[in-house]
Design a protein around this ligand. Sequence first.
Ligand code: UDP
Length: 235
Amino acid sequence: MQYKRILLKLSGEALMGDRSYGIDPGRLALYAEEIRAVVEKGVEVAIVIGGGNIFRGVAGASNGMDRVQGDHMGMLATIINGLALQSALEDKGLDTRLQSAIKINEVAEPFIRRRAMRHLEKGRVVIFGGGTGNPYFTTDSAAVLRAIEIEADVILKGTRVDGIYTSDPEKDKSATKFDSISFKDVLSRGLKVMDTTAFTLSQENELPIVVFDMNKQGNLMKIVSGENIGTVVNL
Ligand code: UDP
């Protein structure tokens, strides 16, 4: 295996499948199966899950809601998704823990770095909910932060596109995909991989990011075994 410990970032929207809101149980089960396969190979898996399928603070603010209030709702949404994912993973026979960045003790463990690392060493899948626990951040930032804290080898950003392109492949047919690209080039070309805060945190800590299509069966396994099917962002 190319990677021993991974941080998988899944957006909330990915959980919607073809729906326009909420969680598609079929999609969740597919993801759980992909994750089970790599855990069985001995890869330590931590997951940060988004909340965009339920609520985004920015969207609330644009409708006149207090931004911080909206962000709190967004953080709770990530915990709802975390619970759903936990359930789907346990259905596949995996041991899991959900750790939250905000206190919600009856529902999830608090985030404790050493405990998270111990869970991973024991082969448990650790899901980090609640983002960073702070408003004005995103779950991409949470993913980078947690990945650095738990000393993950890489962030795997599962999306519906199979990598980073010269321009948006859903709009521009002539767009071509990068197999690898440097952090500097992503910035100088104005490409969008993560929000700036998350991206620079990853760059400063020399943590590589792999962008790949999580919806294609077997892709997660291919990436952890070292196949270059997505785009790697590196120094
Ligand atoms: N959020 C937050 N702080 C964080 C992470 C998330 O306030 O550290 C809130 C924010 O409102 C965000 C929402 O939770 O819009 C859902 O997270 P995100 O938009 O990152 O989810 P994704 O796009 O990955 O589904």
